[in-house]
Design a protein around this ligand. Structure first.
Ligand code: TMP
Length: 253
């Protein structure tokens, strides 16, 4: 069997060459990192959960006409995706103040924002992914004005969709991050949602108790991360309620 070509390895995923031109295989690792990889652990089962959750969200987006990279799931940890040219920005949408906006602007965590706020961070680990403005993005040619408009529109559609899906599962969508990529179709290019949508890149709070069901559980040492993600997957109907008797994913280091 020939060894497949690794295209890129990030903190939580690996990209391999896909079976056809224009495709990639996205492998979800069990690694969890926070604070620009200062904190790291391997959470058994996290990759499997995120592969399934990202599939679910991307398929939902496809169903409502929001273009994204997902083609099909291949196995427990891998999915086939469209290759894109990633725009080097993290697009964050916030509904409720938490995390860096609370710190930066002194807004109490949990405060409902007057409207969804879209922010852009320049993807550069060495710089710690700094917040950037539209001026920076256009001046440094990371994206055009048209791309900016398209990115905001995409991000807000994802926000509406995810907020609704989460509400149905008794979960408040506090904020999330997406990445967007460029695809070329003949003479045209368009932007599509790429990377992943999972509890690694969202803040999800239980509507009744306020319990955190996302990567903050790991960032803030609030408990077992795989338990939190399992709860999200189970509420969304992706895995049987209260387990299937198999051993629970757990922290291994
Ligand atoms: P922040 O409050 O730390 O800026 O995070 C906003 C959202 O973006 C939150 O849902 C977590 C997500 N996020 C990532 O997915 N990757 C990152 O590197 C960071 C800093 C945040």
């Amino acid at each position: 069997m020939s060894r497949r070509k690794k295209i890129y390895e990030g903190k939580a995923k690996i990209l391999y060459e896909g079976p056809e031109p224009g495709t990639l295989v996205q492998y979800f690792k069990d690694d969890a990192t926070a604070f620009n990889a200062e904190k790291h652990a391997v959470i058994e089962g996290k990759g499997v959960l995120n592969n399934r959750l990202s599939e679910f969200f991307m398929q939902g987006l496809t169903a409502i006409g929001v273009p994204n990279h997902f083609i099909r799931r291949l196995n427990m940890r891998e999915q086939l995706i469209r290759a894109v040219e990633i725009i080097p920005l993290e697009v964050v949408v916030r509904n409720i103040a938490a995390g860096s906006i609370s710190k930066r602007l002194g807004i109490e965590e949990g405060t409902q924002l007057p409207r969804p706020i879209v922010e852009f961070y320049y993807k550069d680990d060495a710089l710690g992914d700094p917040l950037v403005s539209e001026e920076h993005i256009i001046a440094f040619n990371w994206a055009t004005q048209q791309d900016m408009d398209d990115m905001v529109a995409l991000a807000l559609r994802v926000n509406d969709f995810l907020s609704g899906v989460m509400l149905g599962a008794g979960i408040r969508l506090v904020d999330f991050k997406i990445e967007i990529g460029r695809v070329y179709e003949g003479d045209f290019q368009r932007l599509i949602v790429a990377d992943e949508i999972s509890p690694d890149s969202c803040r999800l709070w239980d509507i009744k108790t306020g319990a955190k069901l996302d990567k903050d559980v790991f960032r803030q040492d609030l408990g077992d991360l795989a338990d939190a993600y399992t709860e999200v997957a189970s509420r969304l109907g992706l895995i049987p309620k209260n387990g299937s008797g198999s051993s629970r994913p757990k922290l291994v280091n």
